[in-house]
Design a protein around this ligand. Structure first.
Ligand SMILES: Cc1ncc(COP(=O)(O)O)c(C=O)c1O
Length: 466
């Protein structure tokens, strides 16, 4: 076995070896699962000990193997283990880690300039990213885009824009929603532990509505009926006249990959249009080819007024966006939006490389192929295991919900056991859900079929052994 030369070398700047960069990650890495130590291995354990003394305990890691290289469908750790990546760094590296077009654009950009601040002296790549997002997001109306650093920042700005454009203050959000960790987005997020506990007081004028969650909803309720239930609550508790925006993840991410019943999103969107309310689709996890469409709302032909993107947008570099109707985006006074780093030139170059990759490799088709391969296997293992209540998702955004005896009672303990077993076998899976009982799959959309099948086999075995 040949271990790439970077493995095991400390990554600190004092010992940085520029030659090693050339031979590092990307799709050229052997696309194989390879365990050469226990998981985590000794070097990871050593780094984890250093981390404990240096990094805030408030930041945790799902799997403390320290990464040396990554690409295609694998992560290689500092001990030389090669793990199958079914998480993409939480839906970020959809185009693969160190994707060639991203690396090439970033290298070129970083050698020209690293920052000017778009609000001081602008640059072309920012404008090009905006043009691309205006073109790719749903609807053929005139659009504008503003760029930010993180998903939470994009959501905050979408709310600012909706309030500024409508002159209204209230925002309706949903059960199980996750929108970020800043003060406003904590208020928009549903789950207390770990996201909100002890961090209040939170921003006001946020109203939580019932979500369409078919597995846990009133049996037989349609998407339209679930939307009417939420709308009726909004009308009674807030009043359309005071409502600036309805903010929703078209497929919920951290809340458990909840796919609302068909008809739910179109009915909400239509009501918003009829009442002058801004319909904001938070596509930060579900957007950019993840579900087999550019955006999850495309599945039902919904055209949001504002769309937030981040995660998959820039192949791993921090970049986020709000894209939407020109009249809303331009309603904000000049200087009202922005930020020192928003739309950093290197991150914009990365986004252009990532979008090229999505188009050239047709990653929407790749996501649909992942669903075709994985969904039937998940359904079959659910039937055999008796510990799974629901299998759901779309494209490369799939999940299994663990419940006691396959009923409704959440079973987070089994989800944790299964996740740990996968990790020990070198397969990176993530958990999520309001009840912590969901295992979600978010593979890089460029993952090879053999590797995906192998990862699924290990997951299945772990489920059946739990
Ligand atoms: C739907 C959604 N919105 C917002 C966010 C926040 O993004 P960030 O972590 O980049 O702030 C996330 C992150 O998981 C998300 O999934």
């Amino acid at each position: 076995m040949i271990i790439p030369s970077t493995i095991g070398k400390p990554l600190s700047s004092t010992t940085f070896d520029s030659a090693a960069v050339e031979s590092a990650g990307g799709p050229g890495l052997p696309q194989e699962r390879r365990l050469v130590t226990a998981i985590p291995g000794p070097r990871s354990v050593e780094m984890h000990t250093r981390r404990g003394a240096a990094v805030s305990a408030g930041i945790s890691s799902t799997l403390p193997v320290y990464t040396a290289d990554a690409g295609g469908g694998v992560l290689v750790d500092v001990d030389g283990n090669s793990l199958i990546d079914l998480g993409s760094g939480i839906a970020v590296t959809s185009v693969g880690n160190a994707a060639p077009r991203v690396v090439e654009r970033v290298r070129r950009a970083v050698g020209h300039f690293t920052h000017t601040c778009f609000m001081v002296t602008p640059y072309e790549d920012y404008v090009t990213v905006a043009e691309k997002l205006n073109e790719l997001t749903p609807g053929r109306h005139a659009k504008r885009t503003a760029l930010f650093n993180s998903g939470a920042e994009a959501v905050e700005n979408a709310v600012k824009i909706a309030r500024s454009a409508t002159g209204r203050t209230a925002v309706a959000v949903f059960d199980h929603a996750y929108h970020g960790r800043t003060n406003l987005t904590m208020a928009l997020t549903a789950k207390s532990m770990p996201y909100k506990k002890g961090f209040g007081p939170f921003a006001g004028e946020i109203y939580r509505m019932p979500m369409s969650y078919p597995f846990r909803d009133v049996p037989g309720i349609s998407g339209k009926e679930a939307a009417d239930r939420a709308i009726s609550m909004i009308e009674k508790q807030v009043g359309a006249d005071d409502l600036a925006a309805v903010l929703i993840e078209p497929i919920q991410g951290e809340g458990g990959f909840v796919v609302p019943a068909d008809g739910f999103l179109p009915a909400l969107s239509e009501w918003c249009t009829a009442n002058g309310v801004v319909f904001i689709a938070d596509e930060i996890q579900s957007g950019m080819c993840r579900t087999g469409d550019w955006f999850a709302v495309d599945h039902e032909g919904v055209v949001p007024d504002l769309v937030t993107t981040a995660k998959g947008l820039a192949g791993g570099l921090p970049l986020a966006a709000v894209t939407g109707r020109a009249e809303l985006m331009d309603a904000v006074h000049p200087g009202g939006l922005g930020g020192t780093y928003g739309g950093n030139p290197v991150a914009c170059a990365a986004a252009l490389g990532a979008i090229d990759t999505m188009q050239e490799l047709d990653l929407n088709a790749a996501a649909r192929r992942i669903e075709q391969l994985a969904l039937p296997r998940l359904v079959a293992v659910a039937q055999r295991s008796g510990r799974i209540g629901d299998v759901r998702g779309r494209g490369g955004m799939l999940a299994v919900e663990f419940t006691v005896g396959g009923g409704l009672e959440p079973d987070p303990a089994t989800a944790a056991v299964v996740a740990r077993a996968c990790h020990a076998q070198g397969v990176v899976v993530l958990t999520c859900g309001t009840y912590g009982n969901v295992i979600r799959l978010l593979p890089p959309l460029v993952i090879g079929e053999d590797l995906l099948e192998e990862g699924l086999g290990i997951l299945e075995a772990a489920i059946l052994a739990a």
